[in-house]
Design a binder for this molecule. Structure first.
Ligand code: WT7
Length: 663
């Protein structure tokens, strides 16, 4: 957002920035930051008691007796014996001091707007909680929530939390089939959804996904339907319960927040892994909320008087922890935006930043690359002034970092990159903005109390700060780690623990959490994340399992065999390419390609659409018949092929290369 400069001066500044390895946080930022004392790292290193400082940010109905129970690894428990309610902590406790302050600032499509104060939020959460109860939702019932970026979403989440019903939010972009799968997996008897929402100014029907999902599940869930528009009320299917009239029935009712055990689940969040079925990551109430609040405070530097905007979707973990739970636990004003960044024009984000005088801005490297492609003239046309900016989801290349720093931050804001996962609940590797110098391209240092390490494939630990690449593990538990994979403890152990732990040991120190990412720790102690080492892709910051894509593609009649591999993409980071062997006698055609793309949209959602469908005669397989996706990836990226000695037919990569690059 700098003034227009003459091109020569600008080129000199860019050259200077490029040469610089570290950037100091601006003095004016340091002067006002929440975390300014480096001792925070030592304090949190006192394991586990250091984490009590995090729990103390919350209001507890009953204090805990034991900070950490590691006696049954890897089923770790936090703040054992403590009792609290998440909705009370995010809403009720702020009423005394700031009931008239805006809690949620919602910007809809085309400038529609809602300012929901803490008092309004209290009202609406209570009414929704009463409505859910009246529909039979009891404590510990899983409520599936399929809502887009409208106030109904955080209100429903907090209403569930109030009555102790874990929510399972399914990102609105997921298809009917993906929704049905998650309803089944969570054995959920309730779906909360909405008639529709806006995309690029057009009304998008959403309820039909629930209609279709109901045909694909054997369960018979009660459907509660919100309405984006008053006019649509008349259209609510007789079988569905209209939320708006329920709310009228329960107007002004209050519901006592249910006192939950710290270890009671707060929510499930399904995420992709290395098998065809997504896993329901189960998060606990006390440890999760404590860690989300503390990192919102120390990493995002949120203060109650701030206007904070995380431009993610609440349907992913980023929105759970850093639009809803963390920021609201701190009593700040959190912005929500319904539509896309380019509607109705490419300056929309900066227009909103100016309109609400946003102080802290959180986005993804994919978005930064997109803003960069659109050009600095868009941010330059608006008057906004961020104090703090963060990124999440994928590594940010130094070039994109520098652009963000210069054109969005005006070389005057601090930037932190935050590495974490759906499973980790909150940031694990990230700088504390006032304490560490920024280093473009690096995720930063470990968050206080977090002990990452690197091991080789045999599980041997690499020396610290060696600059060698290895498997990223976390050696010590932390309060917001997932409790388990919902209904599948075995999968929890085999996915995250088995590879790098002594699974016979009762001593928690013998257990290491496997992140699934590769990483390097440089000599200066900063960590760089290299990306997934398993069959999980990162497409525009969204996580996709290759197996899930492959199983969708295999549904197409014409397909005999399919493999999916990521291809590097300048904007999205990675995109999925599908390699397909067709059945005998089927012709290669655009119609078959369209069927394949359609199958992915139907089973997962439009956001997972393959970038390319490539017809091949053979797939690269080992002698034991395993597809070597790594080779496909190397071929599509035009890279040198790694080890091919285990291939059954060593001529296959060359054939595929010709098929891709030849025509
Ligand atoms: C995977 C987790 C947690 C919020 C969003 C994604 C990648 C995440 C970074 C980062 C490099 C990152 C990793 C990780 N990732 N943040 N700052 N730098 N890579 O959550 O969908 O659970 O995906 O995203 O590969 O394992 P998710």
């Amino acid at each position: 957002m700098s003034d227009s400069e003459d091109p020569e001066a600008s080129a000199t500044i860019e050259a200077r920035l490029r040469e610089q390895e570290y950037f100091r946080p601006p003095t004016k930022f340091v002067g006002q930051a929440n975390a300014t004392d480096p001792a925070i790292h030592d304090e949190l290193d006192e394991f586990p008691d250091g984490f009590e400082r995090y729990a103390e940010l919350l209001d507890w109905d009953e204090s805990w007796d034991q900070t950490f129970d590691g006696s049954n690894p890897p089923f770790f428990e936090w703040f054992v014996g403590g009792k609290l309610n998440a909705s009370y902590n995010c809403v009720d406790r702020h009423l005394e001091e700031r009931k008239n302050q805006t809690a949620l600032l919602w910007e809809g499509t085309d400038g529609e707007q809602e300012n929901i104060t803490y008092q309004d939020l209290y009202r609406r959460v209570n009414e929704m909680a009463a409505a859910l109860r009246a529909q039979g939702v009891e404590e510990d019932d899983v409520v599936t929530v399929h809502l887009p970026m409208v106030p109904a979403l955080p209100i429903t989440m907090l209403a569930c939390a109030r009555i102790g019903a874990p929510h399972s939010v399914v990102f609105a972009g997921f298809s009917a089939q993906a929704l049905a799968e998650r309803v089944d997996s969570a054995q959920s008897d309730y779906i909360v959804t909405i008639d529709g929402y806006y995309r690029r100014g057009d009304f998008l029907e959403h309820i039909e996904k629930t209609d279709d999902a109901l045909k694909q599940t054997d369960r018979d869930p009660t459907v509660l339907q919100w309405n984006r528009h008053d006019e649509a009320k008349a259209d609510v299917d007789d079988d569905y319960v209209e939320v708006d009239s329920l709310l009228e029935e329960h107007a002004l009712e209050t519901v006592e927040p249910v006192s939950r055990d710290a270890e009671d689940p707060l929510f499930l969040m399904y995420t992709s892994g290395t098998t065809g079925k997504p896993k329901g990551c189960q998060h606990r109430t006390g440890g999760y909320l404590a860690y989300a609040a503390a990192t919102s405070k120390n990493v995002l530097d949120i203060k109650p008087e701030d206007t904070y905007w995380c431009a993610a979707d609440i349907g992913w973990i980023t929105g759970h922890s850093y639009i809803v739970y963390g920021p609201l636990a701190l009593g700040t004003t959190s912005v929500m935006y319904e539509d896309t960044p380019d509607h109705p024009h490419k300056g929309r984000i900066w227009e909103i930043a100016e309109k609400y005088d946003v102080d802290i801005f959180h986005t993804s490297p994919t978005a930064v690359r997109m803003f960069m492609k659109w050009g600095e003239e868009y941010p330059e046309s608006y008057d906004f002034d961020f104090r703090h900016m963060t990124t999440v989801g994928e590594p940010i290349q130094p070039e994109a970092w520098l652009w963000y720093y210069k054109h969005i931050g005006d070389e005057d804001a601090v930037i932190v990159d935050t590495w974490w996962q759906t499973e980790t609940g909150g940031h694990l590797i990230t700088n504390l903005p006032a304490l560490d110098d920024m280093k473009p391209g690096s995720a930063g240092k470990p968050a206080p109390g977090i002990k990452p390490a690197l091991v080789d494939d045999q599980g041997e630990k690499l020396p610290e700060a060696s600059g060698q690449a290895g498997n990223l593990i976390i050696e010590r538990p932390w309060p917001s780690m997932l409790q388990t994979v919902y209904g599948n403890d075995e999968r929890f152990i085999s996915t995250y623990w088995e590879d790098f732990s002594d699974t016979d040991s009762d001593d928690w120190t013998d257990w290491n959490y496997k992140a699934g990412d590769g990483a390097v720790q440089a000599q200066d102690g900063y960590w760089r994340i290299l990306g997934r080492l398993d069959d999980v892709m990162n497409v525009a910051g969204h996580r996709l399992g290759t197996m899930e894509l492959e199983s969708a593609v295999s549904e197409v009649e014409a397909v005999a065999e399919a493999a999916v591999a990521p291809r590097k993409d300048a904007e999205k980071g990675e995109v999925p390419d599908v390699y397909v062997i067709l059945r005998e006698g089927v012709e290669r055609s655009d119609a078959v390609k369209a069927d394949i793309v359609g199958a992915v949209e139907e089973e997962i959602g439009k956001f997972a659409r393959p970038a390319n469908v490539i017809f091949v005669d053979e797939l690269p397989k080992t002698r034991s018949g395993k597809i070597m996706r790594r080779l496909l990836e190397e071929i599509s990226n035009g890279e040198e092929l790694g080890d091919t000695t285990t291939l059954r037919d060593p001529s296959v990569p060359e054939q595929i290369r010709e098929q891709i690059h030849g025509d």
